[in-house]
Design a protein around this ligand. Structure first.
Ligand code: FAD
Ligand code: DLZ
Length: 510
């Protein structure tokens, strides 16, 4: 074996001590390369909180590596260096006379391709922080007519042994979701995620990010993210103790003054590598076994991680780089300005966008049934929707964001990920939230002055995509309801929806 020095690349979302590239390395001769680079912060205009979270966590992880005996070449954004990851590798290869790079496969095709074309040869190892390798997912998908998450999830339950009684699912059922659709509670006992005041090092990053990326959509105020593994573990423990038991019940609920409800806000930490997905699930399972959290909460939580999270990654790598260009419904509208903070009179949208702007976070139902639902009903170009979701959330990387947006939320993949589009009128939002009570629009109004835009656009969407969805067994009822309505009423709905969309396109406030 050659004893030549190699570089080991650790990216901003690879902050795990047991990263495959590190396992392949040798502390005595190799150099770990980490770099804050403008290209990664701007290929979409990431939310400043996301950039600050990653830069701060990267700096602290670099120190932890050094304490663990690694030599680390770290480039801060305000130091000399290159704007790109490959540029940095080239520079460091010359500096350390290294001829090879060891890397863990990045989570975006864009960067995988850049590494493949890097002038210094890059040897890529699989990212085994996930439960299912690409080969395992391909095997599971092979020959199946439909790639439904539920069946993949059961495989992952068997593989991990999580919530299993021998060969059977704990509690007698694989899925307790029907218990997890309770409307918003009157009172929320949980105070939200554990918050960490910025220390001097984090403050330095916040100043840098404010100066360099302050014009990106999003606020740096009130930054509280954990930036070390130890802090992320504390946040996880706090969630398990104070919120998990009610996670299931109120998973789909939305409240105007309670943006966190009983959600974990752990996705930024899991996706950046500070927490391992399996350890998070094991911690949740322990709460169930100790009798501190009910099965519907724990099963629901674990399903999100070993089910949805693993499944969407599988879809991303199975479908390849062309997946992002899917536009099965032929939608081409521009993303309305209110996604970037312009005025809207829809309370639910305002709440979701405000949370996004302030925290780089909105919970799943806000992403799916508010901002995603509106974009789909209005016929927004899925590529624009995709870019928005990738930019604005602290947990967003293409491997997880794109299948959720292109597939689950926008149905742009034509039904690879979901058997029907996630669309709803205002009545669903009214049932699951308190937004409609303080909204400019009247949710019970279907047409006329003050009619809820979701009501108008819902029927407009179904009508314009009738050919595609009418025969869908899960949507037939909706078409029957539409057909039973008075013809004049239907005409009014369609005309008012058209005029709302026209006004929105011309910059009118909706
Ligand atoms: P919780 O509600 O507490 O759920 C627990 C954990 O389950 C999460 O931390 C996350 O790791 C996992 N999880 C839950 N749902 C999903 C899912 N659908 N896909 C993958 N993991 C899931 N999640 C991301 O991590 N990054 C994204 O960029 C992202 N983009 C999304 C875009 C759209 C349009 C939609 C509808 C969903 C998206 N999601 C994304 C999934 C989900 O909304 C977030 O994972 C979740 O809101 C994160 O908040 P939390 O940690 O409080 O999650
Ligand atoms: C998201 C991000 C940002 C904002 N900045 C950096 C960076 O400066 N250096 C880095 O190594 N990684 C960064 N990242 C994470 C990468 O974009 C991420 O590794 C790829 O998108 C693949 O998932």
């Amino acid at each position: 074996m050659s004893d030549k020095r190699r570089l080991i690349l650790v990216l901003g979302d690879q902050l795990s001590m047991d990263l495959s590239a590190l396992r392949e390395g040798d502390k005595d001769r190799d150099v770990v390369v980490m770099a804050e680079v403008a290209d990664e912060a701007t290929y979409v205009k990431h939310h400043p909180k996301k950039i600050a979270f990653l830069f701060a966590a990267m700096r602290k992880f670099a120190r932890a590596l050094e304490e663990d005996g690694w030599q680390v070449a770290y480039r801060r954004l305000d130091q000399d260096g290159s704007d790109s990851i490959c540029g940095e590798l080239l520079r460091r290869a010359e500096e350390f006379d290294a001829h090879e790079v060891l890397a863990t496969e990045p989570g975006e095709f864009r960067l995988i391709e850049a590494l493949e074309n890097c002038p210094v040869p890059v040897h890529m190892f699989g990212d085994d922080r996930f439960l299912a390798s690409h080969a395992e997912f391909e095997d599971w998908a092979e020959g199946r007519k439909a790639l439904r998450m539920e069946y993949f999830y059961r495989e992952m339950r068997r593989k991990t042994g999580l919530l299993m009684d021998g060969d059977d699912p704990a509690g007698g059922k694989w899925n307790f979701d029907h218990e997890n659709r309770k409307p918003a509670p009157d009172e929320v006992t949980h105070k939200g995620p554990l918050r960490f005041d910025p220390d001097e090092e984090v403050q330095e990053v916040l100043d840098l990010v404010g100066a360099r990326f302050g014009k990106h959509f999003g606020s740096l105020d009130g930054f509280f993210f954990a930036t070390t593994r130890e802090q992320a573990l504390e946040a996880m423990t706090d969630f398990m103790k104070n919120a998990l038991a009610r996670f299931g019940d109120y998973q789909d609920a939305m409240l105007t003054d309670q943006r966190w409800l009983y959600h974990s806000i752990l996705s930024p930490y899991i996706n950046a590598g500070l927490l391992n997905p399996l350890e998070v699930c094991q911690a949740a399972e322990a709460e169930y076994k100790a009798g501190r959290a009910p099965i519907n909460a724990v099963e629901g939580f674990i399903r999100q991680i070993i089910g949805w999270r693993e499944y969407v990654r599988g879809i991303y790598f199975l479908k390849g780089p062309d997946y992002m260009a899917n536009n099965a419904l032929g939608h081409g509208r521009k993303l309305p300005a209110f996604y970037w903070g312009a005025e809207t009179r829809m309370k639910c949208v305002e709440c979701a966008v405000t949370s996004t702007q302030q925290e780089a976070y909105a919970h799943h139902i806000q992403r799916l049934m508010i901002t995603g639902n509106f974009a789909l009903l209005a016929g927004v170009d899925p590529a624009e929707v995709h870019e928005w979701y990738l930019a604005v959330y602290a947990d967003a990387y293409e491997w997880v964001e794109a299948p959720n947006t292109i597939g689950m939320s926008q149905f742009a993949d034509g039904g690879v990920l979901g058997s029907k589009p996630y669309v709803s009128s205002g009545s669903y939002i009214n049932r699951m939230s308190d937004h409609c009570k303080s909204c400019h629009y009247t949710v019970s109004k279907k047409t006329g002055q003050g009619a809820c835009p979701f009501n108008l656009l819902y029927w407009h969407f179904l009508d314009r995509h009738r050919e595609r969805f009418e025969k869908n067994p899960r949507m037939g009822n909706m078409y029957r309801t539409w057909d039973k309505m008075d013809a004049d009423h239907r005409e009014t709905v369609l005309q008012e929806a058209d005029s709302l969309l026209r006004s929105m396109d011309q910059g009118g406030v909706v």
